[in-house]
Design a protein around this ligand. Structure first.
Ligand code: NOJ
Ligand code: MG
Length: 555
């Protein structure tokens, strides 16, 4: 969708991880009534929209990304009536609601898969998924693909020479998107939620639906490849195939049948950015998560390049950029920024690993909030970013729930450390999450979150929560998200400085960040009023202190 047309172009979108946001019924797992009870948090922060990670019926083998019914709410999270109440409350408050759509795979418990397992080869029920005869007379998988969660991407069907494909857990069989019946079924799912009033969909593994013709072996990336290209999620016969775009063109037409501006957001780990932005061409999706920016961390050179390439790629297709630093799949950035070499996100951080320098990580998280929210485009905030929450780095093996941990035999710790229940209060049981005092939360909460609880930060001057609230309000008042981007003369990534402006018809805001551990004197600093600072002493006498950032309204 072309720039400037959609509400989403400059929206701040808050990711709610329902399992860990607020527990309305006290059973240890967050739920929709819990979100409703805590709804004021979104309006207090001033976000434009919330995105809800999956709450659909699911055996919960991948925290709900294994769905067994696309048209209902899992009883653990509530009912469809609770969902309707949440939408009504959100819309009354002017907050949009985006839901997660998981089209690459279902749960193995989905009736489609159960039927496929019972069906003979050639039966249409079988053709909903990707079954193939194994090599070596059925003994070996049909090809060499490995699962993103570790181990082979194929599982043999009991008592048969056939295997089925699963790019993730064996309990997440991949759907066959070459089958028109799959396409039709998902258009029905889109309509089901659009009819209930959702404002859009975050599309899980958007780059994975179509597999290369003939399912050829995957030739690993060369040694010289870096970044996303070096991960198992890129440059492969199962990701970013050209055919996926037809699917999104069809979905665009479905969304356009509805009043208002409903959006599609791609979760696509695709590089380079020029390939990613193909997902947001005019007749496809509205946004794609910018994981290149996320992966740039606090490296000034990488950030500079990521920002440059983002604006260039966005301009090519007339789309608006997005910015994101954390989500439920990554190590929380307040911890990542406190490590000299951050771990790959599924690797996690455990008790035996070098621990992050937490004060530095938190300082840099505050500085990077000024960078992220100061960039024109749309910004995603993962629940807890606004509190500067660190990762839970002390989880014991038997407390881990992420299938990545077991599938990789513990070589990857998984993503649980970023998913622990939200700390609302430092005095209540389970930090005010809502779980009954006699019950357990589904993941333990780290002691490090107590002093950072929402109520503590609300009462304290100069808190990270206060900073996020202020930045979001200023961003809206000054139109920063809709401004024109330009690098400023002070920009000097080699010296650890990022400096850029967002200009609108009514004024220009300069963002300067010092991402090094030493103060930097800013020679040639233009006159202007300091609008916001990552901490009270960030700037004095033209010196920007270490790990700090400011917003300046230029005169
Ligand atoms: C991306 C989701 O964000 C992640 O949590 C999930 O494990 C995979 N897709 C598979 O659905
Ligand atoms: Mg509950």
């Amino acid at each position: 969708m072309a720039e400037g047309q959609s509400w989403a172009a400059d929206a701040v979108i808050y990711q709610v991880y329902p399992r860990s946001f607020a527990d309305g019924d006290g059973d240890g797992i967050g739920d929709l009534p819990g979100i409703l009870e805590r709804f004021d948090h979104f309006t207090d922060l001033g976000v434009d929209a919330i995105w809800l990670s999956p709450f659909y019926p699911s055996p919960g083998n991948d925290a709900g990304y294994d769905i067994s019914d696309y048209r209902d709410v899992d009883p653990v999270f509530g009912t469809l009536a609770d969902f309707d109440a949440l939408i009504a409350r959100a819309h009354a408050a002017g907050v949009r609601v985006i839901v997660d759509l998981v089209p690459n795979h279902t749960s193995a418990a989905h009736p489609w898969f159960q039927e496929a397992l019972r069906a003979e080869a050639g039966d249409p029920a079988r053709d909903m998924y990707i079954f193939r005869t194994g090599r070596d007379g059925g003994e070996a998988p049909p090809n060499n693909w490995t699962s993103v969660f570790g181990g082979p991407a194929w599982t043999r069907v009991d008592g048969s020479d056939d295997w089925y494909l699963h790019l993730f857990d064996p309990t997440q069989p991949d759907l066959n998107w070459d089958n028109p019946a799959v396409r039709e079924a998902f258009e029905g799912v889109l309509r089901f939620w659009l009819d209930r009033g959702v404002d859009g969909f975050r599309v899980d593994v958007a780059h994975g639906l179509i597999k290369a013709e003939g399912l050829p072996d995957h030739l690993p990336a060369g040694d010289g490849d870096a970044g996303l290209a070096a991960s198992p999620t890129a440059a492969s016969p199962f990701f970013d195939q050209d055919g996926v775009h037809d699917v999104y063109r069809a979905w665009r037409r479905v969304l356009d049948d509805y009043p208002g501006e409903r959006i599609l957001v791609a979760e696509a780990w695709v590089e380079p950015l020029s390939r990613l932005f193909r997902y947001v061409r005019d007749d496809e999706m509205d946004q794609a998560f910018n994981f290149t920016f996320l992966m740039a961390g606090v490296d000034p050179g990488n950030l500079h390049r990521a920002v440059d390439e983002t604006f260039a790629a966005a301009a090519e297709v007339g789309a608006s950029p997005t910015w994101v630093m954390s989500n439920h799949d990554t190590v929380r950035h307040a911890s990542r920024f406190g490590l000299p070499t951050p771990p790959p996100h599924q690797r996690g951080i455990g008790p035996a690993d070098p621990q992050p320098d937490q004060p530095r990580g938190r300082r840099l998280a505050a500085a990077m909030a000024l960078v992220e929210l100061g960039l024109p485009g749309s910004a995603y905030v993962y629940q807890g970013d606004e509190l500067g929450l660190p990762e839970h780095t002390q989880l014991a093996a038997d407390e881990r729930r992420d299938p990545v941990f077991a599938r990789s035999r513990g070589t990857e710790l998984g993503r649980d450390g970023a998913r622990t229940p939200y700390p609302w209060s430092d005095t209540e049981a389970h930090l005010g999450f809502g779980t009954r005092p006699d019950a357990q939360t589904w993941l333990p909460q780290p002691e490090s979150h107590r002093g950072l609880a929402r109520d503590v930060q609300r009462a304290a001057a100069g808190s990270q929560l206060g900073l996020y609230t202020e930045l979001i309000a200023l961003r809206r008042a000054r139109g920063i998200g809709r401004g024109t981007f330009a690098w400023h003369a002070l920009d000097d990534p080699g010296a650890g400085l990022l400096a850029f402006t967002s200009a609108t018809a009514t004024g220009t805001v300069l963002v300067i960040a010092n991402l090094t551990a030493a103060p930097r004197t800013l020679t040639g600093l233009p006159a202007g009023e300091i609008l916001a600072a990552s901490h009270p002493d960030a700037m004095s006498d033209g010196v920007l202190s270490a790990d700090s950032a400011v917003w300046i309204a230029l005169e």
